[in-house]
Design a protein around this ligand. Sequence first.
Ligand code: HEM
Length: 331
Amino acid sequence: MRGMSGAAHKTYRSALIKALGTIDLEALAPTMRRFVNDGLSSFNRSTAEPRKHFDNYRRWSDALSTISSGMLIQLVFGAAQGSDLFDQLMDGYKELGPNGVVWNIGARQLAAYARLRGRLDEGMPRGDIPNLFSAISEEGPVDDTMLGNLIYMVETGRYDLRGLFRWIAKYGAEHPDWMRQIATADCGHRKVLAEAFVLEVLRLDQSERLMRDVLQDFAFDGFLIPKGALLRLCMWESHKDATTFGEPFVFDPGRFLNGKSYGEKFSPFGLDQHRCPLADVSIWLASTFIAELACNFDVSASGGEPAVRGPYHWEPSPDFQIALAPGKIDD
Ligand code: HEM
């Protein structure tokens, strides 16, 4: 969908947004919490024996990928954790993009895509679990373009979320005061604090730039931007603008509390007709992740500096090591 334009883009985007609006996310909340807790507990069990640095990094990445992929397979296709459909789709996605987001589609991706597509064609669950595929089907048949968008949306989305979860855990380990506040808040306030935490992580990391092909000459601030240029909109830099965000390199989720918003000056999900349709869903899933992490684990970490360029986003460097100790934080 990111690569579509004109009337076709509008049609498919509108159908997606309309379907999203019908999904009762609260009905999915317990399932999403379970994905987080199962993933974190399983990572924790696997850290029982001492291992090498890179091993910790790889196992942490895998655990976060399992969480984010599971969340999206459930949300988009309605496949319940533990069902055959869920396991087959998870295997298909591991085949499609085993090491992160897919950029170059080769023979392996074509085969994995055909396998995913074939499994979805066999029929989808009829049940009461809200999901995007069913919600879109209510309005009419899901055609090839929409199905392709849904399949690849899960692929890129799970990678975006995995990256965000990794930054969230790093900031969580560095800011136990915020973790304690989130863990000890009542349910309503916890949601507010967790969302502010997620937005502050997105301000500091993960959201970097938007790219645009310039289709016609235009002038901006006295400069000619010529047709044919590739334009980079620097979000990471504008999110550090001290005139908007005081002390811009200080981690302070408080700047997003009390209804404070920054309009177009804060744009981690993009700005225009391509703005991320799952922005609110992503904030909700990431808030679920930080809330479960804060409530059920003590988090400590080392390394991770300086950040390195991953296939798409900057990431903590591979010497980043994380340890989780189970147990609720006491006040
Ligand atoms: C960390 C979480 C996420 C971030 C920071 C993020 C960010 C973005 C940004 C910046 C764009 C705009 C790209 C552009 O204008 O060129 C975008 C578009 C998009 N995102 Fe996300 N995203 C996230 C998660 C997700 C997830 C979980 C999904 C779906 C499962 C998703 C689906 C999409 C789609 C379909 C578009 C294209 C919309 C269009 O072109 O009309 N995103 N996202």
